[in-house]
Write a protein that binds this ligand. Structure first.
Ligand SMILES: *[C@@H]1O[C@H](CO)[C@@H](O)[C@H](O)[C@H]1NC(C)=O
Ligand SMILES: *[C@@H]1O[C@H](CO)[C@@H](O)[C@H](O)[C@H]1NC(C)=O
Ligand SMILES: *[C@@H]1O[C@H](CO)[C@@H](O)[C@H](O)[C@H]1NC(C)=O
Ligand SMILES: *[C@@H]1O[C@H](CO)[C@@H](O)[C@H](O)[C@H]1NC(C)=O
Ligand SMILES: *[C@@H]1O[C@H](CO)[C@@H](O)[C@H](O)[C@H]1NC(C)=O
Ligand SMILES: *[C@@H]1O[C@H](CO)[C@@H](O)[C@H](O)[C@H]1NC(C)=O
Length: 437
């Protein structure tokens, strides 16, 4: 008996390790301490066997924030890179001459931070050099990106305020500076990210200029950085608005079995706050058609060694809404429950939990995304609003939410509440309860 109790205590400690084993686009993503990851407008680089995710945190004064991982799923918070700056948007790492720099945009100019040692991991980056505008004609700009070519040369990408996407050389001095212009690509576009395919084609991904609202991101291609740049195709069908996200950067995984290309998008909330999430998806590359297509997966993994992406086969149990307990006025039609509103709900019983966080995917739609909230209550607890948790809500029929379920049997109640004076209802097909988090 005593042994049993000691073992239960130990296993509950082990289960709070908060290991993430899936990438879940649009969901709230937490670090290894269980805190939401705040690395917006960022990028991911790999040094040795470690990935570094750099982005900005609003809560930390819009300062660069660093996370590390060896598997792209479990991210450990390292810290804020510097307190020497604030209001620095879209920070990016640049490695040059044995030093590590962070470039970010402050007041529509580039500002340079340098790490004290020879690693990108530092919380003591200091300001260096002067704020810079874009050569050759001193354009101011907003969003920035960086690209490292196969020959190790660094390039700077920007959305110039004169409606030009520019590519500039990065001069390898101490400190680095923005060099001559390589290409000037017209267009009212922003949030540039660039990668080179294994077939040698350069692809540039940019969003349109619609503020925090998502739009269909565009794809341009060239066989040389200087251009000519061609294309302007959509990365996804227009209607889905890049799955409610905006490009931030691209990551190429050159694995032992295959090369995978990953779109790193921001799933902004309506004000770009820390409630914003991330939309990471694999990209299908067609070098013959010169197109890119985002592969929409509710959850997926990539093996950082082999490069292989997996998007199905994760252990889960499906519960059809029609088999659940329907409370109130909601109507069951075929396998789904319709007209879920303030007067009704759907309760799933015997949902077996592991005593830890698990992904639960809700297959639902709402009649009007701004007129109310769908919510879920676990074991009669306070209802959690789904669209506040997850930028996919209302935009997708599948919304993965991390819920803490107790070990054994749980009860989940799905409901919908109209905002004051609004008409609002939800339609629920069912839920999938995943073994993993
Ligand atoms: C995430 O980290 C945990 C704990 O270190 C580990 O058990 C798990 O396998 C990791 N996930 C993946 C996908 O490697
Ligand atoms: C959920 O489980 C089913 C049945 O085992 C499986 O076919 C499906 O791929 C799983 N879903 C995901 C997203 O892995
Ligand atoms: C579900 O809806 C019914 C009918 O409106 C209500 O009596 C019940 O309290 C609701 N249950 C929960 C958990 O919200
Ligand atoms: C909820 O839906 C039912 C059935 O459509 C309807 O009769 C009822 O008036 C609705 N209740 C609210 C509060 O909107
Ligand atoms: C959706 O709800 C908003 C209020 O949040 C309202 O202004 C708008 O008219 C509604 N749209 C439709 C199509 O009913
Ligand atoms: C959830 O949404 C409802 C309906 O819009 C709202 O009344 C309620 O305050 C929200 N709850 C939280 C915790 O934000």
């Amino acid at each position: 008996m005593k042994f049993g109790a000691a073992f239960a205590l130990l296993s509950s400690f082990v289960s709070t390790a908060l290991a993430v084993s899936l990438i879940v686009p649009g969901a709230v993503w937490t670090d290894t301490s269980g805190t939401k990851i705040q690395a917006h407008g960022g990028h991911v680089i790999k040094v040795g066997t470690t990935f570094y995710w750099l982005g900005y945190s609003n809560a930390a004064g819009i300062r660069p924030n660093i996370y590390t991982s060896t598997d792209l799923m479990n991210w450990t918070h390292f810290g804020i890179a510097s307190t020497a700056v604030s209001a620095m948007y879209r920070p990016k790492f640049v490695s040059s001459g044995g030093k590590w720099y962070i470039w970010g945009q402050i007041n529509r100019e580039i500002v340079t931070l340098v790490a004290p040692g020879s690693t990108p991991l530092s919380t003591a980056y200091t300001l260096t050099g002067s704020p810079q505008l874009l050569p050759p004609d001193a354009r101011s700009f907003s969003d920035i990106g960086v690209f490292v070519d196969d020959n190790g040369l660094n390039y700077f990408l920007s959305s110039a305020d004169s409606n030009n996407i520019q590519i500039n050389n990065i001069n390898a001095g101490t400190p680095i500076t923005i060099g001559t212009r390589v290409a000037d690509i017209g267009g009212s576009l922003e949030a540039p990210g660039l990668f080179k395919s294994s077939g040698g084609i350069y692809y540039l991904i940019m969003s349109q200029k619609t503020g925090w609202r998502a739009d269909p991101d565009k794809v341009y291609w060239a066989t040389a950085l200087a251009g000519p740049w061609q294309g302007g195709t959509d990365i996804v069908p227009e209607a889905v608005n890049t799955y409610n996200s905006q490009n931030s950067a691209e990551l190429v995984i050159k694995g032992t079995s295959m090369t995978s290309y990953i779109f790193l998008g921001d799933a902004w909330d309506s004000t770009g706050s820390d409630a914003s999430n991330y939309e990471w998806l694999p990209i299908a590359v067609s070098d013959s058609a010169h197109t890119l297509t985002l592969q929409n997966h509710a959850m997926w993994t990539v093996n950082p060694t082999t490069g292989v992406v997996t998007s199905t086969g994760f252990a889960n149990t499906t519960f059809a809404a029609a088999d659940a307990i329907v409370g109130g006025s909601a109507i069951v039609k075929k396998r789904a429950v319709h007209n879920i509103n303030s007067s009704s709900n759907v309760t799933f019983t015997n949902v077996v939990g592991r005593g830890d966080k698990q992904w639960v995917s809700f297959q639902y739609t709402v009649s009007n995304v701004t007129a109310g909230e769908a919510h879920v209550s676990v074991n009669g607890g306070a209802p959690v609003n789904l669209s506040q948790l997850n930028s996919r809500a209302g935009h997708y029929s599948t919304v993965p939410v991390a819920l803490s379920l107790k070990q054994g049997s749980n009860t989940l109640t799905f409901g919908a509440t109209a905002a004051d004076g609004q008409d609002f209802e939800a339609h629920l097909e069912g839920i999938q309860v995943f073994d993993d988090y």
